[in-house]
Design a protein around this ligand. Sequence first.
Ligand code: ATP
Ligand code: MG
Length: 535
Amino acid sequence: CSQSVLPWFKNVPRFADKVALNDTNGSYTYENIFLSAKELAEDISKKMEGKTNERILFMCPNNVNYVISLWAIWMSGQVAVPLSPHHPQNLLLYYINDSKPEMLISSPSFKEISSGLAKSTHTKLLVLDDNMELNCSKQKAQTNNDFEDRLPQSFYEKNDALIIYTSGTTGSPKGVVSSHRNLSAQVGMLLEAWKWSFNDAILHTLPLNHVHGVVNALLCPLTAGAKIKMLPKFDTKSVWNYLLGIDVKPDIRDINIYMAVPTIYFQLIDYFDRVFSNDEKMKRHILNTLQTKLRLMVSGSAPLPQTVFQRWLEISGHELLERYGMTEIGMCLSNPYGSKREAGFVGNPLPGVTVRISQKDDNENFLPLVEGSNIDGKVNINISENADGENPSGHLLVKGEAVFKEYFRRPEATKKEFTEDGFFITGDICQYNTEKKLFKILGRESVDIIKSGGYKLSALQIETQLMNNPDIKECAVVGLPDDKWGERVAAVVVLQNGKSMTIDDLKSWADGNMPKYSTPSVLKIVEAIPKNNMG
Ligand code: ATP
Ligand code: MG
């Protein structure tokens, strides 16, 4: 990005009295949290006996303890590895055994589970004080020196910051090591592109062990001096209340940003349809309030169905800003902040990122078809002579300071995912629409691109087409191995209440609504589509 946000704590004195975070227990200023973190950092440093750049796992609920722990780990010169307390025991053990931490920090509420984990893996344990929240809210600086960081900027410039595990969609989760510089670039580009300011207040309902919840929805506001209203977890009714300012204390009625995954918007729409749809006055109130109160509503982490984009626009007056990113790169493509957003597209490169759409040649080398960059907010797109046809598509590659350093202790895996000229191979297939001048994600090469009878079909596009069937509430499309076709298209479908469907019904609807070659030949009706904790 054009501007580095390092060191993390330079703006704390400026925002000292401002509320940084409000959770179910109360409000905490930047000063409160900084001083608590500094105290905890002293404890950590003592226990670490002079070692730095070591991994510390921490397990906290979505409340102020999470931020205190993260900042303290950084201030003591260590690498933070956030764990979700909602993960099953075997996954927690996987993370510990894989990242081999020096220490595990746990909030008091997870003392029992973390003691067990620490014992079985011979890891040092530090359980946060029972009164951490209370003490935090009383912290006050005595002198200006209290605001000084324990570490010099040069430390952050050179060292690692965070290991976040990938979601494990395509294999075992991989520990993604990002340096402070990588993270700083990831945050800086979003501050610039989405115009974060200290007047902002975000409603935070995302898991805190994923790039979306950590970088976009937590580090961005903390760096901008904004306010975070953190809920313990996503809950449809509470989110509606906070967005509308109903039954909410006056000091947090100013929420103007919300970020979520498509499933969450889907659930909010479902609630709206059940609770408000016959109340015309309330519907007008919702439209009015969301339009005037909210300045930014973001969707990402998975493809946003066009039906959800459209319906949310009708309800809220907001075109959801869809962006594309990964644990390994932070965010990379985003729809514009200040102008029209197109459903089904992920916009253009963010500041400081260079993207390529490439085709593999016979020797497995990547030939660039399209290259896009963003320098100081100006997008440049170059279409190569190799790109024949209207809308070139191929492997999405990314380069920039935001791109992670390595997979933890997996040098081979790291090497395999980079081209010789330093581009990270995302594993996603992307298309550039030359008419709209926008990028579109077609899906993961390994699972979303169905190779059937010589066609390469995008599961995501077939899902989009199927969602036009009014009887379908939700669907997922996959390729099944097939002797004749290579793979054939199978649809897993959740139906609207009271509806039924056979494969023949689906085929006759599809005739005229979607191409024959992408029409599913296998249909499975399910009650719900299983999802990971990012939805
Ligand atoms: P693993 O790497 O372990 O298989 P994962 O790739 O699901 O897991 P994440 O880093 O959490 O782990 O997810 C990144 C992926 O999410 C991207 O590679 C892409 O496939 C998908 N994704 C993110 N945003 C979008 C979007 N707007 N549209 C389509 N896909 C998206
Ligand atoms: Mg991945």
